[in-house]
Design a protein around this ligand. Sequence first.
Ligand code: GTR
Length: 431
Amino acid sequence: MTTAAPPPPAFLVDLPDEERHGLPTNFTQGKAGDPVLPDLFASLTGARITTPAAWRAIRRPELLDLLAAHQFGRTPDAAISAEHDVWDAGSPAFGGLAIRTQVEIKLSSDAGASTMNVVLYLPAAAVARSSGRVPVILRLLFSPVVIGVDDEGVREVDGWVTTGPDAPRRVAGRDARSLGRVDVAAFVTAGVGVALIYYGEIEPDFAGGAALGVRRVFASTAGPSERAPGDWGAIGAWAWGASRVLDWLQAQPGVDPDRIAIQGFSRLGKTALWAAAQDERFAAVIDCCSGEGGQSLSRREYGETIAHITAPSAFAYWFAPRFADYARNPEALPVDAHMLLAAIAPRPVLLINGETDAWADPYGAFLAARAASPAWTLLGGTGIEPAADFPSLDTSVGGDLRYFIHSGGHDAAPTDDAAILAFLREKLIDQ
Ligand code: GTR
């Protein structure tokens, strides 16, 4: 007998239907449907997966193949070389609380080259202890790091304006859109390092961006209409770039290579999930508000759907072209958000949602997390118990897989950092 999910809480209020991307959009919970999800444990071989060994050997690889083939596209396997120019090593920052390192990573092959800059802050107190190897959180930022932190020493790299008149266009980093600042001091004080990268440097975020970022290193820069159905999109490229940052981070003195988490917001939350699903070296994930194509169920007819996200006016280029085939029939998609989450199990995953972020479907994310939880249980971790209630605002539910909902909307909220730090303390810092 399966326990029924708790109903959506009253604070997730119904809203009038709306047209978005030229499509009707439902914001009424009662009209979202009650989707039947693909079975987490039914292998394509016909076997039922009942042991951790079978999960690791059979089911997780199947999930990754399905997610690649139908949603994100395949990450190509090619010989890429990486050069690391650490041009700023060991500078004090944030009033001496942090030690800053800056690296330019050059990725190249016979097909082309691409560079990206990473800023790493380590807690000064921990680094001073010679034995100190600290956990690090890698954050993918929407803005060039120079405007994402309050630190004059950061190199200014170019930014991209991707909406509005004359978009897309390259601008000086300081003239790019600012989306708030990372509170580096709070994290280093808690004993966790912070690594930052601007996603636009991995690949600019527009349909033609593939020709300007890491995908040119693979010579796979076909435009959106020329890609094969299973080719990777921008999310795959950002995730691949994040793994190249991880390569470098793992080799840094002072960094514990086994305790590096990844964090992203919205499209970068989708990216963080896909990066960690593929790359088991990411020890934990913080995904804020990733919604459709991320932590929320695609099968629910609520808020943003596959039809919206793959509409011509939207973001088809983030995904494999085949993802758009499920716009009208998401029930035919062989995967859904619970499988993306389960591919990360049993590592710690914190899912943050916003009370008024109806477009991202916070209840659909809760259902996905609940449906993914048996994978954590199978592998010796903890997810959301079947009988658990939906959490009240600014609280969380779950264990290693945890769901948190903040007051507010599609944004970083004042309660997020405390929730993230509490999670990191429990799962990564005090280990
Ligand atoms: C929205 C998009 C969402 C989400 C968001 C973001 O417009 O529809 O899926 O990713 O952008 O990245 O802020």
